[in-house]
Write a protein that binds this ligand. Structure first.
Ligand SMILES: N[C@@H](CCC(=O)N[C@@H](CS)C(=O)NCC(=O)O)C(=O)O
Length: 211
């Protein structure tokens, strides 16, 4: 079961890269160099027609969407218990949270960072303002999951949704109100930042650890 991950440091591929490292799964990492526009290279567009990362090759076929990929990896490696199994009392809240991250937080992040590129530059400020309010509303909602004192979003061990959430939170570090402003989140992010898999991810991607 060898995977190939197409990634760019610190971007949406990060959650998938982190999950693969945490799983200690065999994989090859291929840099998609945004500096040279490699995401629009015709050969890469064959794998990922949107010209985005991540792309994960599984059994010879390319798949995209970071949330789907971390869920899929959890499903393919059940021994690692990276997700509550069907029937687990936490399963419904877990599904709700993954979809919230993928459906609300992630698109708002895309709008925050790519408003000028994805839409008309003259409308970018309004796009960013709406994106910012959606992102800032997300942090207390996610912090509430930690309200009972649990260490990670779904228990006492980090799982697939934590890698996705921590990636999105990391992107808020230079925003006016980063996720780490929520007291419960600051402690949570410190725990996520203390994981050996995070240190290894930062080393491989050349990232400055945050928080
Ligand atoms: N919803 C996608 C978003 C993917 C995405 O927007 N990736 C960005 C990096 S964070 C990208 O590839 N940007 C390059 C570009 O748009 O040219 C996911 O979560 O995988």
């Amino acid at each position: 079961m060898t995977y190939r991950l197409y990634y760019s440091p610190g971007t949406a591929s990060m959650a998938v890269h982190w999950t693969l490292i945490e799983l200690d799964a065999p994989f090859e990492a291929v840099l998609v160099d945004f500096e040279t526009g490699a995401q629009r290279d015709p050969a890469y567009l064959e794998l990922n027609p949107a010209g985005r990362v991540p792309t994960l090759i599984i059994d010879g076929r390319p798949y995209s969407e970071s949330a789907a990929l971390v869920m899929l990896l959890a499903e393919r490696h059940p021994q690692a218990a990276l997700a509550p199994a069907p029937g687990d009392p936490q399963r419904a809240r877990w599904l709700e949270t993954v979809i919230f991250l993928a459906n609300t937080v992630s698109p708002a992040m895309r709008d925050w960072f790519y408003a000028d590129k994805d839409g008309a530059p003259q409308g970018a400020d309004a796009v960013r303002a709406l994106a910012r309010s959606r992102i800032e509303d997300a942090w207390p909602r996610l912090a509430a999951l930690l309200g009972d004192g649990r260490a990670y979003l779904f228990g006492d061990r980090p799982g697939a949704v934590d890698f996705l959430a921590a990636m999105l939170m990391r992107w808020s570090r230079n925003m006016p109100h980063p996720a780490s402003e929520q007291p419960a989140m600051a402690a949570y992010l410190a725990r996520m930042g203390g994981l050996a898999s995070y240190a290894e991810l930062c080393r491989r991607e050349g990232l400055t650890p945050w928080p």
